[in-house]
Design a protein around this ligand. Structure first.
Ligand code: HSE
Length: 454
């Protein structure tokens, strides 16, 4: 049978990796797919770069629409990124009856509903394994391998840049800004690292996993997003002393309502720094590696680990999608694996809960004047708010430099660290506002959420 013909839009790091792995492993891939898979046309504004990447024998053009218009092309790979021209081209490729493979998490997390609907109407596939956790086949695992399960929660280290920075902060005891500069110098962080360090990239990926896990539409606008820019070396050290590591986690959970506690049913979807017990496997994922933990009711806890970025690891996922499409393209569209795992007419309307309704536990660090009764006032506020304390750690006053004037007297400062049990975020917000108003609390309170992942 004639090889399936693929057109590639954008040949940077991942595109050239895809080309190279397809060429290198073509015989093995053909034996698996039942048919050859060939990239026959590449579009890139930098045609010289494209030509250098693919050599002779492949058509290179600067106009992506020439690829979409080519009737011989069966599958279009979109590796341009972003939601500008990439969105237009993906929709045009679908309208032209092409199957689409994309690594574009931003595009699908924001415009996925429109794109998947267009693809279903046209009877083509949009495959996106490379969009979440690079080379880790997490979409396949969630959508197919775990299809028997009622998924309960997912927690993932799904951004390598921030995991590299947090690992370095812990190893070297350095603050965020110092490590970020070093990460940029070494090429682990981009010149504009905003999407990574502010948690946006992780939230795009968490949004896609949430939709697939729970059969809800992609709803990036409902995700709570907090990055790592405000984390200090001191908090990483204190967390360590309490038996925890701090990781940037993408979390999504299905939550039953509880009328007695006044909590609603819904889905939590959030990205933020998180304390996790140091003994958990995922707490020991270091450097730029990714890992995702999935809890299903039948299977229990499963863990997926690997490279979340890079040329050939991401190409591995792109090519897996090419093989899937090659195998399934002649199947009746209704009998293919649905884009978001659940049949389009069986999607759930379960709402994504606002952050104020999320239930989790907390690490709090308060810089206080070390005087009689401070701890009692702080713990009294938590008790009145119905928030139960799990552990308290008070640093020796001489570990914190400098004194503070309270009235006529100079008193030393200290850090009080409190771990709480689970409570509703709104209760914690209210308690924090009261604690912050105490004259003995000298600086803005640091709050980091905590998950036991048990
Ligand atoms: N910038 C991402 C990361 C990889 O650092 O993990 C692509 O999503």
């Amino acid at each position: 049978m004639k090889p399936i013909q693929v057109g590639l839009l954008g040949i940077g790091v991942v595109g050239s990796g895809t080309f190279n792995v397809l060429a290198r492993n073509q015989e093995e891939i053909k034996r698996r797919a039942g048919r050859g898979i060939e990239i026959t046309m590449v579009a890139d504004l930098d045609t010289a770069r494209a030509r250098a990447a693919v050599g002779e024998g492949v058509q290179v053009v600067s106009d992506a629409r020439a690829v979409i218009a080519n009737p011989d092309i069966d599958i279009v790979i979109e590796l341009i990124g972003g939601y500008g021209i990439a969105k237009t081209l993906v929709l045009e490729a679908i309208a032209a009856g092409k199957h689409v493979v994309t690594a574009n998490k931003a595009l699908l997390a924001v415009h996925g509903t429109e794109i998947f609907a267009a693809a279903s109407a046209k009877g083509v596939m949009v495959a996106f394994e490379a969009a979440v956790a690079g080379g880790i086949p997490i979409i396949k695992a969630l959508r197919e391998g775990l299809t028997a399960n009622r998924i309960q929660w997912i927690a993932g280290i799904i951004n390598g840049t921030t995991n590299f920075i947090l690992s370095e902060m812990r190893d070297k005891g350095l603050d965020f800004a110092v490590v970020l500069k070093e990460a940029q110098r070494l090429g682990y962080a981009e010149a504009d690292p905003t999407f990574d360090i502010e948690g946006v990239d992780a939230a795009h990926k968490a949004t896609l996993m949430s939709a697939i896990a729970f059969g809800v539409p992609v709803q990036f606008d409902k995700a709570y997003v907090e990055g790592i820019t405000k984390l200090g070396a001191a908090d990483i050290k204190y967390a360590e002393q309490l038996g925890y590591r701090i990781k940037l986690l993408g979390i999504t959970k299905r939550r039953a309502g509880d009328a007695a506690k006044g909590t609603a049913e819904g889905i939590e979807l959030r990205v933020h720094p998180c304390l996790i017990p140091a003994k958990r496997l995922i707490a020991n994922v270091e450097g730029a590696m990714n890992a995702v933990v999935v809890q299903g009711d039948a299977v229990g806890t499963t863990l997926y680990y690997g490279k979340g970025a890079g040329s050939e690891p991401t190409a591995s996922a792109v090519i897996a999608d090419l093989v899937d499409i090659t195998r399934l393209q002649t199947a009746d569209p209704l009998h293919r694996v649905p884009h978001l795992a659940f049949q389009p007419n069986a999607m759930s309307s379960l709402t994504v809960l606002p952050m104020s309704e999320v239930i989790t536990s907390y690490y709090l660090r308060l810089r206080v004047a070390d005087e009689t009764g401070v701890l009692a006032k702080v713990t009294g506020i938590l008790a009145t708010a119905g928030i139960s304390i799990d552990a308290v750690l008070q640093r020796e006053a001489d570990e914190i430099s400098g004194e503070v004037a309270i009235g006529q007297t100079q008193v030393p400062q200290t850090d009080v660290i409190i771990l709480t049990h689970d409570c509703v975020e709104a209760s914690m917000n209210a308690a924090m506002a009261q604690m912050q108003a105490l004259p003995s609390v000298l600086e803005p309170i640091t709050r980091i959420r905590k998950e036991e992942l048990a």
